[in-house]
Design a protein around this ligand. Structure first.
Ligand code: NAP
Length: 523
C-alpha cells in the first residue's frame, strides 16, 4: 500500500514535495508508514524566509523571552508524548525505554535550556570576559562581545535520534536567536516532522524560526551563506562531503560535525573479579550494548580490562546479555527492539563479519529465537566479541559497527591501555571504572585530550551516575579526530556556536552602554 507524503514546513507554509517520494518502513513488521519528498520545493525561498523573518523576529527578543518559548515547546511535546512513543515504536522499532532516551531526552534537554536561558534575563548580547585597557588612559578599552549570527542554522541529522537530535541542537540555537532548518535522516524522519508540526500548530515560534525539510539532501548545502551555520550528525563519509562543500571551504560557513566513534570502557588495573568496579563495568557494558540496539554514537564499542580479568569479564558480560530478549517492541517481554532499517541490518552484519577477522565470538544472542518477530525483520541480537591480542589488531580499533556489538580486549599495563584507547583516533566518550580516586583523576587527564567526555565511575556514584552513553545537556558532547571534532551542549557553552565574537574597542562610556545590554555567561 502506498502511503501519504509528509509535508515539509518551509518558507512559513506547509509544502508537499512532488513525485511519489521515498517510503519509511516499520523495521519489525516491514509495513510502509509514510513517504517523504522535497522535490520541487524552492529551497532558496525557504532559507531566505528563515534568515529574514525568523532571524529578525527571534533577535528582537531577549534571551529570557526566547527561553520562555523553549518552555512552551516543552509543554507541547509533553502533551503529545504518547503519539511520539507510538511513532518511535513503528518507525524506529524501539522498546518504550529506548524511545524514552530519544523523546524524554529531548524534552529534558529543552527544559534545561529553558531554565538556563531564563537566568540570562532581558539581555540581548553576551559579554565575553572582562574589559581590557588598551592605553595608559583607562578611557580606551576593549570588550569582547558575542552576538547571534544573522543567518540560519541548518541541521542535517542522523537516523538514530529523530527527536533528541533535533532538540539538543534547536534548544541552544533558538535560545541564541538563530532560526532552525532541520533535515532529518530519511529512515526515521516521521518523528522529527511530527514534532515540528505540533510546535508549528501551537503557534509558539515566530514565522520562519523553525522549518523541516524531509527527504533528499540535494541542494541543501548550496543554500548556505557566510553567516549561516551547519550542524551535521552522521557518518564519517557524509561528513567528508559536508566539510568539502563550497559553503564550508570557500564561504567559511561555520560547521559542526558529530561523526562516528569507537568509544571505550576501561577497568582500572587494580580491579578484581569480585570488586564493585568490575561489576559496574559489566553492568554498563551490557546496558550500552542493548540500549537502542547499540545505535548510539556514544555506545561502548571497545572494552579494556586487565589481562587477568579477561575471561571473567567475558563470562559476566555474556551472562547479562543472555537476559536480553530481542524482538517486536510491542511485546512486553521484549527488552530490545530492532535496528532502524533493513539497510542498517545489512550494514551491522557486514561490520560484524569484518570485526570477526580479528576477534572471536564470546557471546552471540542470535542463537536465541526472536520474540514476535521474523528472521526477515531488522532485529539483530547482541554480540560480544573478544581478542587476546588487541595490540596487533587494526580493524577492531577502526571500524564502528552501529549496532549491539562490542569487543573485549585485555591490557598488560595501563600505558598500553591508554595507547589502545587512543587508537580510536578521537572518541566521544571513555568511561573509567575504579575504586581509587587518584587513579581516576590520572586516567581522566590521560584520556581527556582524545575524548569529549570522560565518564569516571566509582562505587560512591554507582546509583547516581547518568550512564556512559547518555548525553546530558550540562556536559560537553563531541569529540576530536574521527568523532568529527565537534562540540555540542556543555550547558550555555552551546550558545557559542550560534554567536559571533567581536572585539569592541572604544571609550569606557560606550562600553558602559554596551554592558547595559549584555550578560556574562555563567559557565
Ligand atoms: P549518514 O548516512 O551520514 O546520514 C546522516 C544525514 O546526512 C542524513 O540526514 C542523510 O540524509 C544526510 N546525507 C546523506 N548524504 C548527504 C549529502 N551528500 N549531503 C548532505 N547530507 C547528506 O549517517 P546515518 O547513517 O544517518 O547515521 C549513522 C552514523 O551517525 C553513525 O556513524 C553514528 O556514529 C553517527 N552518529 C553520530 C552522532 C554524534 O553525535 N557523534 C550521533 C548519532 C549518530 P538521508 O537519510 O536522506 O540519506
Amino acid at each position: 500500500m502506498t502511503t501519504t507524503l509528509l509535508p515539509n514546513f518551509i518558507a512559513g507554509r506547509w509544502q508537499t514535495g512532488n513525485g511519489t517520494g521515498t517510503p519509511l518502513f516499520d523495521p519489525v513488521l516491514g509495513t510502509e508508514l509514510a513517504r517523504v519528498s522535497n522535490a520541487g520545493i524552492d529551497l532558496a525561498e525557504g532559507f531566505a524566509f528563515a534568515r529574514e523573518h525568523g532571524g529578525a523576529a527571534l533577535r528582537a527578543l531577549s534571551y529570557g523571552q526566547r527561553a520562555s518559548l523553549l518552555a512552551q515547546i516543552v509543554d507541547v511535546l509533553q502533551a503529545n508524548r504518547d503519539d511520539y512513543y507510538a511513532i518511535a515504536t513503528a518507525n524506529s522499532g524501539t522498546v518504550a525505554r529506548d524511545s524514552g532516551v530519544d523523546i524524554d531526552g529531548a524534552i529534558f534537554t529543552l527544559g534545561y535550556y529553558a531554565k538556563q536561558g531564563q537566568a540570562l534575563g532581558d539581555a540581548k548580547l553576551l559579554l565575553d570576559g572582562q574589559r581590557i585597557r588598551m592605553a595608559k588612559d583607562p578611557a580606551f578599552q576593549t570588550q569582547h562581545i558575542q552576538v547571534p549570527t544573522q543567518g540560519v542554522a541548518l541541521f542535517i541529522n542522523a537516523f538514530n535520534f529523530p527527536s533528541w537530535g533535533l532538540w539538543e541542537k534547536a534548544a541552544p540555537a533558538l535560545l541564541s536567536g538563530v532560526p532552525v532548518i532541520v533535515k532529518p535522516a530519511t529512515a526515521t524522519a516521521w518523528l522529527t516532522q511530527r514534532m515540528v508540526k505540533d510546535v508549528v500548530d501551537a503557534g509558539i515560534l515566530p514565522a520562519g524560526a523553525l522549518s523541516v525539510v524531509c527527504g533528499s539532501s540535494n541542494g541543501l548545502m548550496d543554500q548556505l551563506q557566510p553567516f549561516d551555520v551547519v550542524s551535521f550528525t552522521g557518518s564519517a563519509e557524509t561528513a567528508k562531503i559536508i566539510r568539502s562543500h563550497r559553503a564550508v571551504s570557500e564561504l567559511s560557513v561555520r560547521c559542526n560535525i558529530e561523526a562516528d566513534s569507537l568509544n571505550s570502557a576501561l577497568l582500572a588495573p587494580s580491579a578484581t573479579e569480585g570488586s564493585e568496579a568490575f561489576q559496574l563495568l559489566v553492568n554498563e557494558v551490557a546496558r550500552e550494548m542493548t540500549v537502542k540496539s547499540g545505535q548510539k554514537c556514544t555506545a561502548i564499542r571497545r572494552i579494556f580490562v586487565p589481562r587477568a580479568l579477561y575471561a571473567a569479564a567475558a563470562q559476566a558480560i555474556g551472562a547479562k546479555l543472555a537476559k536480553t530478549t530481542v524482538g517486536n517492541p510491542r511485546n512486553e517481554t521484549v527488552r530490545m527492539g530492532a535496528l532502524v532499517s533493513q539497510e542498517q541490518k545489512t550494514s551491522v552484519l557486514a561490520g560484524l563479519t569484518q570485526l570477526k577477522t580479528e576477534a572471536s565470538v564470546l557471546y552471540d544472542g542470535n542463537a536465541q529465537p526472536l520474540v514476535d518477530a521474523g528472521a526477515d525483520s531488522a532485529c539483530v541480537a547482541p554480540v560480544l566479541l573478544g581478542t587476546e591480542t588487541p595490540m596487533t589488531a587494526q580493524v577492531l580499533h577502526a571500524v564502528e559497527v552501529f549496532g549491539p556489538v562490542s569487543t573485549l580486549m585485555p591490557y598488560d599495563s595501563i600505558d598500553e591501555a591508554y595507547a589502545m584507547v587512543r587508537r580510536g583516533e578521537g572518541s566521544l566518550v571513555c568511561s573509567v571504572y575504579s575504586e581509587d580516586p587518584v587513579f581516576t583523576a590520572q586516567a581522566s587527564v590521560a584520556l581527556a585530550s582524545s575524548h569529549g567526555r570522560v565518564h569516571a565511575i566509582s562505587p560512591d556514584v554507582a546509583t547516581l551516575h547518568s550512564g556512559h552513553g547518555n548525553v546530558m545537556p550540562m556536559s560537553l558532547h563531541g569529540g576530536p579526530g574521527r568523532a568529527g571534532g565537534g562540540e555540542e551542549l556543555g550547558g550555555l557553552r552551546a550558545l557559542n556556536f550560534y554567536h559571533r565574537r567581536s572585539a569592541v574597542q572604544g571609550s569606557s562610556l560606550a562600553l558602559d552602554a554596551l554592558a547595559a545590554q549584555g550578560v556574562s555567561l555563567p559557565l
